[in-house]
Design a protein around this ligand. Structure first.
Ligand SMILES: [Zn+2]
Length: 242
């Protein structure tokens, strides 16, 4: 197994309450407060995107989620949040500059990240060296209970979304065409027709999806090549259960 020679990179995830203030998020992440107003930590593109959101609650939540992302990336890279360069990867379908967000080439370290928002929460994942994708959804009345993840449609959806975000395919690939099969409790791999007969893997470890245990009604999964569920850390805010 290649994973024995090259242990899969651990993944850290943070659940961020988005109805908090930016300063509240700094405190709940346990970080020192960077200088300047939180809005000044974002880049021009992020500020423009936020300004296009007309609903005040949406705008606040969007801003806080990106402030949190920059706080975590800045802490991991040991730079001010405003010095983090976030770019768009090439689109896997057309090559255009609208693929998933990634760190710019000046970051100096191969750090991957993924951000998902649902209602008043964001889920952010960071991983060094290897791709990562997260998806967060909120179960509402009418959707199946997250207490039955093996058959729950919402849980299946977040696993697929996390997988497609980790590969950078996102919504360029039909989620209904992705078949996941359990390989261990809470762990899933994509079932590819004929892969049992495949030869040695020459392209690196296959993507793995792991369910994340978050307070109800949140449902989430994290994915990445060679991901080890035992090495996924989940950081919950003190108020998550409220
Ligand atoms: Zn495209």
């Amino acid at each position: 197994m290649t994973t024995a020679l090259f242990p899969p990179a651990p993944v850290s995830t943070w659940l961020v309450p988005l109805d908090d203030t930016a300063d509240g998020v700094v405190a709940s992440l346990g970080l020192a407060r960077p200088e300047g107003a939180p809005a000044s930590w974002l880049d021009a593109d992020e500020r423009a995107r936020a300004a296009r959101l007309h609903d005040a609650t949406d705008r606040h939540r969007w801003l806080v989620s990106h402030v949190a992302l920059r706080l975590l990336l800045g802490a991991a890279l040991e730079v001010h949040p405003s010095a983090v360069s976030v770019v768009r990867e090439a689109c896997p379908r057309c090559g255009g500059p609208h693929g998933r967000p990634a760190l710019g080439p000046s970051a100096g370290r191969p750090l991957r990240f993924s951000l998902s928002r649902s209602g008043g929460h964001a889920l952010i994942a960071l991983r060094r060296g290897l791709d990562v994708g997260v998806d967060l959804e909120t179960a509402t009345a009418g959707t199946p209970s997250p207490a039955a993840p093996a058959t729950d449609g919402l849980a299946r959806w977040v696993r697929t979304e996390a997988l497609l975000k980790s590969t950078g395919e996102g919504l360029t690939r039909d989620p209904d065409a992705v078949a996941l099969r359990p390989t261990a409790p809470g762990v899933w791999s994509e079932h590819v027709e004929g892969d049992d007969a495949a030869g040695p893997e020459l392209v690196g470890p296959a993507p793995t999806v792991a369910d994340l245990a978050l307070p109800s009604p949140l449902v989430a999964a994290v994915a990445g090549p060679g991901l080890d569920r035992a090495r996924v850390r989940v950081h919950l805010p003190a108020t998550a259960a409220a």
